[in-house]
Ligand binder design. Structure first.
Ligand code: PEP
Ligand code: MG
Length: 756
């Protein structure tokens, strides 16, 4: 047996030469398996490739019957080869025929071979085929031989991924890699996007697989690992993560892994076998991912996923995903595909080519999703396996309405979606035409349609959607997308930009509403709470951390110099909280005045009505504040005692019910009695039918996501409000039998030809 240490290097050099030669694909493959067999002193070397119909087809062989190429085939899970493909694990057997999974394929003539080494051909954790060597003698292949064959399998994976073998497929029998795949998951932001995959996590390209100089490459790897460790230490020592918390734990785990000897050894070994440092990282990452896919223990999966993140970081260090690389990927309609992503990272992509976002993880409340919503791009989440199934440049459709993704769609699916996009565009066009028409009901009642916002990216929507102003500016979003607490100057700058963009239109800022599900990684908060939604959050938290509130209030007062400032408080439970917040405002006003600052011309303080306790002190509330804004998302969850994020309860209870509408009517009536303006800024306001109900119970101002303004305006311009109010009043005043409010409203809309 030849010394294997030099083996893979020599072999990789030969493979590189073969790749560069002008050969027909079959010829190239035949020569590759011949080289492998001779280099590894094996009598047989065969390559099986996974087809779209889950069959492993023999694509090339040295040693087995050449007539069986493209004829011999095994199902995924069948025989040794099928087992390797299904488990993504190598099999190293000295007596293959005694293995329970052994399946004899008579056409290949393999019965005379005893020892067998097969490795999966993996790319990004996904199996594309199986590479096998066999010998007559009964022998156990050494670990370095397994490693060598895996390294070569990686090169073959690149060949398959770059479409080299596509010409060898028979019509109708496509490779698994180019198979159209559909995924179902969560719809996270409405809209439909067609475009091409841009993988957020870097993936290496075939040109830089082989190293020229092992020592130099080991040095590169060492340096990259060194700077990776330094950057983690640096992140850990920063003041904002200096306290305990989840973020810190993740970083600690990264630090541990970055020093993990097993990981580093595997990387170095791959480089010694002839790969470049980045190819080595991808190889080790790919093995890890493949194992992760077959792992059920959630803790271990989580740890593996930390390793995966770390490998991505290391790849970025090595490859430095330069602006040119990104620019070439982003030069046409792009759909970002990622396992998960930080909110700020999404903002790094050029907005004009972004058509969608697909996440393997992700939930309605993920920060990146909040940002994507603000940017009005369709998003889907919980798309298991989408990253490893995708290649940069693959055609892809994201359906944020249904929560579906179609990768490499067939032409009929693509045509259907293109039609859907055209239909949506026509509807948008209609809404745009409505933009400059008065926001008035059919019987002439003016309604203020405001928009919800939270980031600078939202601002262009103010004019595009034709909103009357910003009814809710969620200031916590700036805190959520940042890596550390935004400084006072950054807060002031954002508020100033918002007010400038709004011009004469009113803007209502809400003081930071963190806690509950809005977690800041750099802020410890209350730690693990049993009921976070009922916990230390919003105004409760900021009154206990007055420094936080004071800084924000000062930034708001300074930003609004010379104009009106409107601020509201989230999650008010007792009226004394409003007094406490007002005290802080007064103190800040005095402070700024003393230093000669330009102050707002007027100041309006409002409360959000989200906690039911306020319902029994409505008169006192209306007297105390300048305005009230109903946060129907939270109010509804507390009134019905049902978690707003729990999908099992999502359709169980509806705000379109007699009790909830009675409650809302009570609020608008209290507002009228005290001449205190009342508005509503929860999701209810953003759908035409519930919005119609809101107008029916007395709201004359509602605030919603900008995309909802068009449809709601279309509805209200058809609406005879006096008739609706009479119908709703009559229904709510009646006691006795159950009324299906939704059906009642749909009937009313049909009768009066109201567009919903
Ligand atoms: C609400 O609760 O209705 C609301 C508008 O606030 P958020 O959704 O930010 O909790
Ligand atoms: Mg709320």
């Amino acid at each position: 047996m030849r010394d294997m240490a030099a083996g893979p290097r020599v072999l990789l050099r030969r493979l590189r030469e073969l790749m560069a030669e002008a050969l027909e694909p079959q010829e190239r493959l035949d020569r590759i398996v011949r080289e492998i067999a001779s280099n590894m002193v094996a009598e047989v070397c065969s390559l099986y490739v996974l087809r779209a119909d889950s069959i492993l087809e023999l694509y090339a062989t040295e040693g087995l019957n050449p007539g069986s190429v493209h004829l011999a085939q095994l199902k995924l899970g069948q025989g040794l080869v099928g087992t390797i493909a299904a488990s993504a694990r190598a099999l190293n057997l000295s007596d293959a025929q005694r293995h329970p999974a052994f399946a004899y394929l008579p056409e290949t003539g393999e019965e005379i071979y005893n020892s067998f080494l097969g490795v999966p051909v993996l790319r990004a954790g996904r199996t594309l085929g199986v590479l096998v060597v066999q010998n007559r003698t009964m022998r156990q292949y050494r670990d370095d031989e397994v490693e060598a064959l895996e390294t070569i399998a990686m090169v073959i994976a690149e060949m398959i991924a770059t479409g080299d073998l596509a010409r060898l497929t028979r019509p109708g029998l496509e490779l698994d890699l180019s198979r159209p795949v559909s995924f179902s998951g969560l719809p996270l932001n409405d809209g439909v996007g067609l475009g091409h995959v841009v993988l957020h996590e870097p993936r290496i390209v075939v040109t830089n697989l082989f190293n020229e100089d092992t020592d130099a490459e080991l040095e590169r790897l060492g340096e990259a690992l060194g700077s990776l460790r330094l950057s983690i230490d640096d992140m850990l020592s920063r003041r904002e993560v200096a306290f305990e918390g989840e973020h810190r734990e993740v970083l600690e785990a990264y630090r541990m892994f970055a020093n993990d000897r097993g990981w580093v050894r595997r990387l170095e070994e791959a480089v010694r076998n002839g790969l470049t440092a980045e190819a080595a990282v991808e190889k080790v990452q790919s093995d890890m991912r493949a194992r992760m896919l077959h792992m059920t223990d959630p803790y271990l999966r989580e740890r593996m996923s930390d390793f995966d993140d770390l490998a991505n970081r290391l790849l970025r260090q090595l490859m430095g995903r330069g602006p040119e690389a990104l620019a070439s990927l982003m030069n046409r309609d792009a759909i970002i595909v990622a396992r998960q992503m930080g909110a700020a990272e999404l903002l790094d992509y050029p907005r004009d080519k972004l058509r969608g976002l697909v996440l393997e993880e992700g939930a309605v409340t993920s920060h990146v999703v909040i940002v994507a919503r603000a940017m009005a791009i369709p998003v889907t989440g919980q798309m298991k396996g989408v990253v490893s199934m995708s290649e940069n440049g693959d055609a892809i459709i994201v359906d944020g309405e249904e929560g579906r993704v179609h990768l490499r769609p067939q032409s009929d699916v693509e045509a259907a979606y293109a039609e859907k996009v055209r239909f949506r565009a026509r509807r948008q066009e209609l809404y745009r035409e409505l933009r400059d028409k008065p926001s008035e009901t059919k019987d002439g009642v003016h309604i203020d349609l405001m928009m919800n916002a939270g980031l600078a990216v939202d601002l262009p929507q103010l004019t595009e959607a034709g909103a009357a102003g910003i009814g809710l500016f969620r200031t916590e979003l700036q805190f959520m997308v940042a890596a550390t607490f935004p400084r006072a100057e950054a807060q002031e700058r954002l508020y100033r930009d918002v007010l400038e963009a709004a011009g004469w239109k009113p803007v209502t800022f809400r003081t930071i509403d963190i806690g509950g599900d809005k977690v800041l990684p750099y802020f410890k908060g209350a730690g693990q709470e049993e009921n976070p939604a009922l916990g230390w959050r919003a105004i409760r938290l900021t009154l206990d951390r007055p420094g936080l509130l004071r800084t924000q209030i000062r930034a708001l007062l300074k930003a609004a110099g010379g104009r009106e400032l409107r601020v509201m408080l989230p999650m008010v439970t007792e009226l004394s909280e409003i007094d406490a917040a007002r005290d802080i405002f007064d103190r800040e006003v005095r402070h700024l005045a003393r230093f000669g600052h330009h102050l707002p011309t007027s100041f309006k303080l409002g409360a959000m009505l989200e906690v039911p306790s306020l319902l029994w002190q409505l008169d006192e509330l209306m007297e105390k504040v300048d305005f009230v804004s109903v946060g129907s998302n939270d109010l509804f969850q507390f009134v019905t005692a049902s978690d707003r994020g729990n999908t099992l309860l999502a359709d169980r209870f509806t705000p379109l019910s007699v009790p909830f509408l009675r409650l809302l009517r009570q609020v608008t009536r209290a507002g009228t009695r005290h001449e205190t303006p009342v508005t509503l800024c929860g999701e209810m306001a953003g759908r035409p039918l519930p919005a119609m109900a809101l107008l029916g119970v007395g709201f004359r101002s509602i605030s919603m996501s900008p995309a909802a303004i068009g449809p709601v305006k279309a509805m209200l311009r058809d609406l005879p409000l006096d008739l609706l109010t009479a119908l709703i009043d009559e229904t709510l005043d009646r006691t006795g039998e159950h009324v299906d409010i939704r059906a009642l409203l749909v009937g009313f809309a049909q009768e009066h030809d109201i567009s919903l």
